[in-house]
Design a protein around this ligand. Structure first.
Ligand code: HEC
Ligand code: HEC
Ligand code: HEC
Ligand code: HEC
Length: 361
């Protein structure tokens, strides 16, 4: 893991698309002030809102979790115990979901392109789009058609895990990423998937549909190490192990940076002063404060890079371009931090990390 972190893994993130907003009146508020009292969001005359869509995997690259089960049975069993799996059968039956869909004029939840983005996995089956699962392996790890073979190849017929040269191992991970895998060797690649869904960056869904404006309690360590955890490989057996303290520290910092990045992206597309914009901007401000706390004890140049990227950006309506540029800067720093940081030097963070009894089960 350590040696892999030093690899120059290619930057592979695509900034979410933007939609323009039309501010009528603006009161400048700044992220820098500790108290986020006013959010100057005004009504957008057109009421149109394209929203930033989450980075949904390409439906033509989806192979389905049955394929993963051939080699990752325990991971699949663990996944089946989570709401990510259950939402497939459960969501459309709940009164809350029907209420949200009604307000949006959506007749079928499973056919609504909006709900499908975050609650389901869509597969292109010979030209026909089918919803095949809830939030699945490939929602987090990326559509696998182009990487499934390369990620599992230790170096040809008969080469075992034990006999794989470390050079080949690095190359395998690098190639899997180049072919679209969100490989946990760089935890940012997966974190951005979590936050793209869990910030709920869709203004109409929230303000008109009444959907939750993101999972406000979301924190990467506690939300990934409870019911979601499926770390069987690293224990080399059947136990679902915890990451090392060093890995948890890196994950914690990457989580805060990525939360900041994605709540900025959501803030950028807000067009009115209402629940969506206010909640997103407050979340960004909260994450900025948390990152400052982290930096107080780490004094890390990459964290500083993220803080510099947002130092002067104003969280107000009509400032999409600057807010998105700040988000890009934070994301870039998070990607690099995930790649390079050595968690063994970050024990000063331990007091900030969530405790195992806080993990989400
Ligand atoms: C043919 C067997 C096989 C299939 C099918 C398979 N995997 Fe793997 N997977 C492996 C092997 C082998 C490894 C490497 C384990 C190691 O590092 O020793 C691995 C590792 C991983 C890792 C850890 C990262 C890494 O590169 O080591 C992830 C994540 C993963 N697989 C996800 C998936 C997903 C998602 C699917 C289905 C889309 C899938 N795998 C299908 C065999 C398979
Ligand atoms: C941008 C991503 C995203 C989209 C789009 C989305 N959801 Fe959700 N939804 C989530 C997340 C994330 C949660 C889990 C929130 C939590 O538990 O913290 C959730 C939870 C829910 C819940 C349970 C929580 C509650 O409020 O009772 C319902 C119901 C729901 N969504 C309905 C819908 C419907 C209906 C649609 C389509 C019209 C939809 N969602 C579209 C991300 C999304
Ligand atoms: C494709 C969108 C998507 C991605 C990616 C995603 N989630 Fe979720 N997550 C959801 C939705 C939707 C729900 C709620 C499902 C429901 O209740 O119907 C949810 C629910 C959860 C829950 C249960 C929350 C509760 O209150 O019980 C946890 C924990 C969670 N997600 C953690 C994560 C973590 C950690 C990641 C990244 C490693 C992640 N999620 C990535 C969409 C997503
Ligand atoms: C909600 C997002 C999410 C979903 C869904 C998901 N994974 Fe993962 N996966 C992760 C994260 C995050 C990690 C890294 C966790 C860590 O380092 O503790 C990971 C790690 C892994 C690993 C490496 C574990 C190890 O011990 O190193 C494998 C293998 C894997 N996933 C396979 C799968 C398979 C197969 C599925 C579907 C059954 C799946 N994942 C579904 C987020 C997800």
């Amino acid at each position: 893991m350590g040696e892999l972190r030093t690899l120059k893994l290619r930057m592979l993130y695509i900034p979410s698309s933007l939609c323009a907003s039309v501010p009528l009146r603006e009161t400048v508020i700044s992220l820098i002030t500790a108290t986020v009292t006013v959010m100057a969001f005004c009504h957008n005359a057109s009421g149109q809102q394209a929203g930033v869509g989450p980075s949904v995997p390409d439906a033509t690259r989806i192979v389905g979790s049955d394929q993963c089960a051939k080699c990752h049975q325990l991971e699949v069993q663990q996944w089946m115990k989570t709401p990510h799996f259950a939402t497939f059968d459960a969501l459309h039956r709940t009164p809350r979901a029907k209420e949200i869909a009604d307000r949006l004029g959506e007749r079928s939840i499973k056919r609504s392109s909006t709900c499908v983005q975050c609650h389901y996995t869509e597969q292109n089956q010979g030209g026909r789009m089918r919803v095949v699962a809830g939030v699945s392996c490939e929602s987090c790890h990326g559509g696998a058609a182009d990487w499934i073979t390369v990620h599992a190849d230790y170096g040809g017929e008969g080469v075992t895990k034990e006999r794989e040269p470390s050079e080949h191992r690095m190359k395998r991970v690098e190639e899997s990423i180049a072919h679209g895998m969100n490989n946990p060797h760089n935890i940012y690649l997966i974190a951005r998937q979590c936050y793209d869904c869990h910030t709920v960056p869709n203004e109409r869904l929230v303000n008109v549909g009444g959907h939750l404006a993101g999972s406000e309690e979301f924190e990467l360590v506690s939300w990934s190490q409870g019911m979601v955890r499926h770390n069987f490989l690293r224990t080399g057996g059947t136990a679902n192990g915890l990451p090392s303290p060093a890995e948890l520290r890196v994950m914690y910092v990457v989580g805060v940076m990525t939360d900041l990045e994605y709540s900025l992206r959501a803030t950028a597309v807000a067009s009115q002063k209402a629940t969506f914009g206010v909640t997103s901007a407050q979340r960004a401000a909260r994450m900025k404060r948390r990152l400052h706390e982290i930096q107080k004890v780490t004094d890390d140049p990459l964290i500083q890079l993220a803080l510099d990227a947002i130092a002067s950006v104003e969280l107000r309506l009509g400032n999409a371009e600057a807010i998105t540029a700040a988000a890009d800067g934070v994301g870039k720093a998070a990607h690099e931090f995930a790649e390079k940081a050595d968690g063994t030097n970050l024990s000063a963070l331990d007091a900030l990390l969530p405790k195992p009894n806080q993990y989400k089960n």
